[in-house]
Write a protein that binds this ligand. Sequence first.
Ligand SMILES: C[S@@+](CC[C@H](N)C(=O)[O-])C[C@H]1O[C@@H](n2cnc3c(N)ncnc32)[C@H](O)[C@@H]1O
Length: 326
Amino acid sequence: MNGGTPTAIERRFVHHPVMVTEVVEHLAAVPSGAFLDATVGGGGHARALLNARPDLSLIGLDRDPSAVEAATTVLVGRGAKICHASFGQLGDVLDSLGISRIVGSLFDFGVSSPQLDMPERGFSYRRDGPLDMRMDCAQKLSADQVVNTWPTDELAGILRSYGDERYASRIAAAIASARPIASTTALAEVVRDAVPAPARRRGGHPAKRTFQAIRIAVNDELNQIEPALETAIGRMAPEGRGVVLSYHSGEDRIVKRVLRRQAGLDDEARLRGLPRAATQAPPAIELVPRGSRRPSPAEVADNPRASSARFRAFVKRNAAIDEGEA
Ligand SMILES: C[S@@+](CC[C@H](N)C(=O)[O-])C[C@H]1O[C@@H](n2cnc3c(N)ncnc32)[C@H](O)[C@@H]1O
């Protein structure tokens, strides 16, 4: 909302920004300049940050046109530039806006509540809808193709690696033999029936991990994270600041690896017993704190979708290790 009566898009696009106090507390100390919100969604974090730092020029990206519309409405009059783009293109977007340096960045991965709550988007295992799950509706690949055409072993592979699904092979085989599957609730039923009865009663809805895995595959969510974080860090001015919020182990593993490497805490080299090379660039960032933070119990009680969030934050110190100065 902009302080007045909510507009139709604001009423439809309700997303509670996760760990917003912690996010703003860290980012409010950025120098003046252009701030990148790489996943602007409904603009909740962006608005809170601009309330604390009205001098920042905010660039917001989202690959979902309905999020772009919502953020544009929420941030009207704040001088924000909201672009329909994937963060995989963030270097090109910044170039096209003539921005070589940013003073900070926020990546808040995953899906927004409106994406989950609108049955017609096909993300929900509870509400009936088409097998879609595309964040950007202009994209060709949808959940329908993954569910109804992918080979069984490929399906099992994504259930395992993107969903940490114990019963990946059984579920993939059940999906393949139930084809064609026409809707989200039909898929959820096939998955529930494929899971052994005692496991159905543990750990939430039995289709939750399958839906997460298919959604990640449809939107190719993991492959863009590393290059995008490196570009953002490479473009960041000294004393710039960043926050990354991830929601499942696959995302957080990548984020942790990139941030630790940029902070000069290269776990692979350490594990192999290699000394830090004298010629190696000094760390580009400092992690603050060193590890991750979780939402408070009070926030989780209020917004259960925050429960899996992991918050990682950093301050830019030097030229980035991989990207060099932009
Ligand atoms: C958790 S929501 C962000 C919510 C936002 N921080 C707020 O306060 O309203 C995640 C958003 O990231 C977007 N998204 C996911 N992957 C993306 C990508 N590769 N590039 C750009 N946006 C992406 C989704 O469409 C979704 O709107």
